[in-house]
Write a protein that binds this ligand. Sequence first.
Ligand SMILES: CC(C)(COP(=O)(O)OP(=O)(O)OC[C@H]1O[C@@H](n2cnc3c(N)ncnc32)[C@H](O)[C@@H]1OP(=O)(O)O)[C@@H](O)C(=O)NCCC(=O)NCCS
Length: 151
Amino acid sequence: MQLKSVEWPIQAANWRDFSQLNQLERACFPPEDLWPFWDLIAALTLPGLVRLKAVVDGQMVGFVGGERDVNRRLGWVTTLGVLHPYRRQGIALALLAQCEQDLAMPAIQLSVRASNQAAIDLYKQCGYTVVRLWEKYYVGGEDALVLEKRR
Ligand SMILES: CC(C)(COP(=O)(O)OP(=O)(O)OC[C@H]1O[C@@H](n2cnc3c(N)ncnc32)[C@H](O)[C@@H]1OP(=O)(O)O)[C@@H](O)C(=O)NCCC(=O)NCCS
């Protein structure tokens, strides 16, 4: 199902979003890439993290998480996902831009499966370049590309 441009305000997420984030992650990622329960809780509760959701009719349709290493002046995008019916409308672009702004670090990095061309295209469009390759990083043995954006 492809929806025509709907309103999707971006809001701060919190622990009350656990159930919807859990569902969104399961819809967006293969089982081997799902975060364990406590990582989801941490993403929604630990201080200092960025957690943003795109919302349509009270439902989370997209989510981005970010954290920062202040000593290294480095931000890290930890997860980004958009539900299928809401894709190709710019929601990931908007979530990522807000996450980068909230992280407020001179450099931001993330990792992505080397085969995830949709995400790689998205990140390159946003100014990220490949800076590293982590061999066999993911479950199943796939390499990770580490991408970086300097601001
Ligand atoms: C990757 C993902 C977050 C993109 O979400 P989205 O809201 O559809 O992305 P956007 O609409 O903001 O797309 C912005 C640009 O990214 C690129 N892009 C996004 N999806 C793409 C696809 N399936 N194929 C090719 N390019 C794609 C395009 O350049 C697109 O611009 P365009 O639509 O004008 O061509 C979404 O497909 C998703 O949730 N995938 C599964 C989870 C995942 O892989 N997350 C990233 C892990 S690192």
